[in-house]
Write a new protein. Sequence first.
Length: 367
Amino acid sequence: MIEKRAPGKLYIAGEYAVVQPGGSAVLVAVDRYITVRLTEGSEVGRVRSSAYGRTPLEWVRDDANDRIVLEHHPTDYVFAAITASEQLRSSRGLAPRYYDLDISSELDDVSGQKYGLGSSGAVTIAVIDALDEFYRLGLTPTERFKLALLATIEVSPDSSGGDLAASTFGGWIRYSSPDRAALRTHRAAHGTVETLSSVREWAGSSVRRLPHPNHLDLLVGWTGSPASTERLVEQVRRTEERPAVIPYDSFADDSRACVDDLAAAFARRGEGALEVVHRARRVLQRLSASSGVLIETAQLRALCDIAERHGAAAKPSGAGGGDCGIVLTRTDSPASPADEIIREWRENDILPLSLAPHPAAGDIDDF
Ligand code: PMV
C-alpha cells in the first residue's frame, strides 16, 4: 500500500488579486491533512471517501483512447489528478495498472462540512503524490505542483493554485500565479508533458519560501458556514463588467503592496506584520464595497473585530463569505491576548481551530 498525505492551507494576504496572472499571495500550510491510500486493483479502479458517500466510485479504462471514463459521480479533482498523472505515465511508455484510492480528510468537520482549508487542493496533491510513487514517475515537488495545477484548472479554470503551492511545499510561502488560460490552451493543443516543461506558459509564476515568523502566533477561527470560492471569484469578476459598479482600480496594486510588505515583515521576524494584515483586511473590505460581493460576513466581521479590540490583526482568509478568519498576535508582547480572543469567539459561535503550520519540505525549482 502507498500512503500519502497533503496538508491544508490558509491564505494570509493577496486573495482575489492572485487570481490575475502574475498576482501574488502569502499562504501557510497547516497541520491538518488529507490522506490517500493506494492499493493495486484489477479490472476496475475505485475511489472511496467518507465525503463521497459509502459506495466507492468506480472507473474503468477506455483502452482505445487511453482515457479515464468516470462511471458514477464526478469527484472532479480526484479524477482530474488521475487523468493528468495517467497522461504522464502513458507518455513515458509505462504499462497502465488499476488501483484503489482511499481518501480520508481532516479538512472537514465531523458532519462533512468543509473548513475552507483547501481540501480540493490537498486531495489533488495527495493523489498525484501517490501515483508518482505507484508508477515511479520520479517527479520533483515542482513538477508535482505543476501537474496538480494543470489538473485543477480543468475543473476550476480560475483557481490561482495558491492552495496547491502551500500543500506541495509546506511552511510559509509567497506565491505568484501563472496565466492559467494560456496553460489550458497549451495543454489542449500540445498535451500535458509539453505543457509541464513549456517555459513561456509558466512565465511570471513563482513560489518563494518565507521565513517562519518566530515572534508571531497564528490563530484561526471557523465561522461554521462553508463558502463557495468559485462562486465568489466569479461574482467579483462579473462586477468588473457592470457599469454601475464603483471601480476599485488600485485593488491589484494595494493587494500586491500588502503581499510585498508582509514578506518583508516576515524577514524582520514579524516586525510590522500586524499592521500589514490590518491593511489587507481593509483592502478586501474595499473590494467588497466596490463589487457588492459579501466577503466579510457578520460572523467574519465579529471574528476580526474581537481580535482587533485585543490589539491583534485579523482578516478573512481566502475568498471569505464564510469559512475561516486568521489572526496574528505578537508572542513577545507582555500578555498574549489569545485566550481572551478565543473566549469571546466562543461566545459568538466562532470555533477556534487548533492548527499549526505544516513544516516546509522539498526544494522549490524556478518555474
Ligand atoms: O476560499 P479559499 O481559501 O479557497 O481561497 C480563495 C482565494 C482566492 O484568491 C479568492 C481564489 C484563488 O483561487 O486564489
